[in-house]
Design a protein around this ligand. Structure first.
Ligand SMILES: NC(=O)C1=CN([C@@H]2O[C@H](COP(=O)(O)OP(=O)(O)OC[C@H]3O[C@@H](n4cnc5c(N)ncnc54)[C@H](O)[C@@H]3O)[C@@H](O)[C@H]2O)C=CC1
Ligand SMILES: O=C(O)CCC(=O)C(=O)O
Length: 382
């Protein structure tokens, strides 16, 4: 009887249990534009939440909620690792980016962001572009990553790709004793905004790369780049990318690609890529460690974009952003050394480092208050 009561109570409050680590989850509904979005604020100890807005034709509310909860939590760790004065948040819009976008939809989304009064800053992510946020910014100032013509920092995939290259160099240093990009072989999944730039730099350095993408145009374009460089490229089928005889696997497409099916296929010594949430589950981090495959925590490797959008609030300065992005090299090396010393996985070591940082800062500032004047000079907000 007691158990039955307990079970039913747990079921009644299942939604709250699922988001028990989150401060706030906002469901945004605007029938006139068709907007259905969820904004998740995970933790604002370090400052207002920040995180891009993803647009995807999610099959259910359940799937969209799962994604936004996971991604926003990842942003809390990413902000702590990058040492920016922001907390973790993320937004998802349920819809097909090819057919369901309209200026009105993004204006409606901007109104919801504005209603949070500065607790949440957002910008582009998969499925959204800077142009979409030109509409959203008409309704709110809490938008980052705008085009340079609108006073923003421009394409944040540039520093993200730079950060991935620093992560690769640090990994080469730790695993192979040098940080020369040209001497190892790489397999790259995804030649989008980030992956294409990383592949180009590796080819320019003279490296051998294997690549895959579902977009034929990107594959032809990277072959053209290879023809102009001393590097070489081989195109492989999507399902074959995990089993290539390469030294490093560079995932730059989607999350969850380190899982029970892919781990036995890997022949690489290390995985260093930009995709968010690469480990399907924590136990996959342990499986990689047990197989002697070094894993560079994704949220450190791909933090270059966050560093740019966070830095944007001090005014635009690409040199400063690049200088900050260089810290990814040291951060990755530190995590590898700490994991080696402690026997933890690299993900566990990185998480512990971030949690210590948040707890330390939390002693002074444990909840961001919107009316408090921000430290930085945000445009039009003083
Ligand atoms: N753009 C940025 O600054 C940041 C990106 N990331 C993450 O990095 C990853 C890549 O981001 P972007 O380059 O901006 O995205 P994107 O959408 O420009 O590129 C993704 C690429 O993956 C390809 N792709 C999709 N399915 C595939 C499959 N089955 N096999 C092979 N390729 C496939 C697509 O055709 C596309 O070229 C995403 O997971 C994103 O969340 C993380 C932090 C910042
Ligand atoms: O683009 C942003 O607003 C923050 C960066 C972000 O969402 C990410 O790094 O995944």
């Amino acid at each position: 009887m007691m158990l039955a009561e307990k079970t039913s109570i747990t079921k009644e409050f299942e939604l709250f249990d699922r988001m028990s680590e989150h401060e706030q989850v906002v469901f945004c509904n605007d029938p006139s534009t068709g907007l259905r979005a969820i904004i998740a604020i995970h933790n604002t100890t370090l400052g207002p939440a920040i995180g891009g807005c993803r647009m995807q034709p999610y099959a259910s509310v359940e799937e969209a909620l799962e994604d936004v909860l996971r991604l926003s939590k990842g942003m809390t760790y990413k902000c702590a690792a990058a040492d920016v004065d922001f907390g973790g948040g993320k937004a998802v819009i349920i819809g097909d980016p090819k057919t369901d976008k309209s200026p009105e939809l993004f204006r409606a989304f901007g109104q919801f962001v504005n209603s949070l009064g500065g607790r949440f800053y957002t910008g582009t992510d998969m499925g959204t572009t800077m142009d979409d946020f030109i509409h959203a910014m008409k309704e709110t100032n809490f938008i980052n990553g705008l085009p340079e013509a609108y006073g923003g920092g421009g394409d944040s995939s540039i520093p993200t790709a730079e950060g991935v290259l620093y992560g690769i160099k640090a990994t080469n240093q730790f695993a192979f004793g040098h940080d020369d990009l040209s001497r190892q072989i790489y397999s790259i999944q995804g030649l989008g905004k980030v992956g294409f730039k990383v592949a180009t730099k590796l080819l320019e350095a003279g490296a051998r790369i294997y690549v895959t993408d579902i977009n034929e145009e990107s594959l032809r374009a990277i072959e053209e780049v290879a023809g102009r460089t001393t590097g070489s490229v081989q195109i492989v089928a999507s399902e074959d990318i995990y089993s290539q005889e390469a030294d490093l696997f560079i995932p730059c497409a989607f999350g969850g690609i380190i899982n029970d099916a892919t781990i036995p296929q890997f022949k690489v010594k290390a995985i260093v890529g930009s995709a968010n949430n690469q480990l399907l589950d924590d136990r996959h981090g342990k499986q990689l460690r047990d197989r002697g495959i070094l894993y560079a925590p994704d949220y450190i490797v791909n933090s270059g974009g966050l560093i740019q959008v966070a830095d944007e609030l001090y005014g635009i300065n690409h040199e400063r952003v690049l200088a900050k992005t260089k810290h990814i090299y040291d951060a990755i090396l530190e995590v590898y050394k700490e994991a080696e010393y402690s026997g933890k996985t690299t993900e566990e070591s990185a998480n512990a480092m971030c949690e210590r940082r948040i707890a330390e800062r939390g002693k002074r500032n444990n909840f961001y208050s919107a009316p408090m004047k921000p430290k930085w000079a945000i445009r039009n907000l003083s």
